[in-house]
Design a protein around this ligand. Sequence first.
Ligand SMILES: Nc1ncnc2c1ncn2[C@@H]1O[C@H](COP(=O)(O)OP(=O)(O)OP(=O)(O)O)[C@@H](O)[C@H]1O
Ligand SMILES: [Mg+2]
Length: 422
Amino acid sequence: MFKSLRFRLTLLFVLLSTVIYGLLTTLGFVYFNNRLDEALTRELALLSSEIRPGIDLSGPVPKIMRWEKHVLDEPFERSATIQLFDANEKLVYDYGLHGTPILVKDQGEIVDQAQKMKVYSRALFNDRGKLCGYLQVQLPTTERDRPVTHFLFMLSWVAPLLLASLAFAGYAYAGRAVAPIEKSFDVLKRFLLYAGHELATPVSIIQINSEALEEELEEKSITPKQIPVIHRATERMDSIIKTLTFLAKMESPEYRPTIEKFKFDELVSQTIAEFEELYKEKGIILQCGELNALQFEGDVIALRLLVSNLLKNALKYSKPESVVTVSLTSRERKVILTVADTGIGIPKNELPYVFDHFYRVNSSLGSGDGSGLGLAIVKSIAQAHNGEVTVASTEGEGSAFTVTLPGRTILPPFAIASSSIK
Ligand SMILES: Nc1ncnc2c1ncn2[C@@H]1O[C@H](COP(=O)(O)OP(=O)(O)OP(=O)(O)O)[C@@H](O)[C@H]1O
Ligand SMILES: [Mg+2]
């Protein structure tokens, strides 16, 4: 239980950290990318401004003056594309790296021959304000993209390392956080075991003495009506104490089920046979669904208690003429035991709590005695066998309890088809 709590806490911590890490790195990435993009645009604008004074606009098409000198002086042109377009947007001059020959008004990005280029253009007007053409400069986006790729590459190997360290730290920390709860839970269980043990003796003394008193009074022909009440109360107390002690033992970390090989189908049939009379008395039909012959390794006494608790409940919470079906099958190396009834059912909002200790559904409080421990025992036994129990129920229609236990050996590969024990 605490192992899974610790594991769940770690998982939650790692999930939260992943989300935070993801958000922060996305923000970092967007910011970093934007800054580099701005720097590239600035570089293009600067390049364009530097070239602009060297353009002659006196002829029919724009021309570069003093350009060669400028080229030799400036190192940036080796990686840039500089183009002049006439007023009709026709390319008239192209220098430098190969770039797109199309005029991109204002600025944008273009992929040309697998090379991604950032493009920046401006309109050229002569002294009279007439449009003479366009100057377009282009730079490969590599300078911006390379650091971004490096950044992403770094994140891609930092992320697993970081998450692994967080998982490790989280697991260690969750262990420390769970320790005090585990300790107090342990104290509670020890208390239950101790209290159960200590209460058992006085309860049996009351039981023995009330029986002796009853006999004595009977001899004197006195039959006070309080004596049976005392009997019933002590019996109930005795049963609760035994159940609590059993539960405390089952749920203690030191508990190991006594493992032995047995035929699960036989255990189920025997338990059904034990209940037959009680079911008949109440007019409820108890029947076998699919009952596979299965050999299983587990605690026979505990598993017998599991089956009988489910049958007891089906009987207690079903009206006459209801049908209770028990089946035992196996799937994917798991044994599946189902007890389904057409009884009173459980309200949807109460379903998550029925396996809790001492929990009883309000509407069934009138359905006879009960301490609300039966299903807690079923759950503990299933978990002690590394299995689980689930319930599906509809109020007024019935309930189906399914116990899934890992590990099984099928005896002969046959199934005893629906045989009815009424
Ligand atoms: N088959 C069922 N149909 C309807 N309600 C059920 C069924 N099984 C259990 N419940 C509900 O779940 C509650 C818890 O069951 P659980 O077996 O733990 O306690 P209980 O039967 O009240 O007492 P006991 O400790 O004697 O078994 C019950 O009080 C009942 O309300
Ligand atoms: Mg019960």
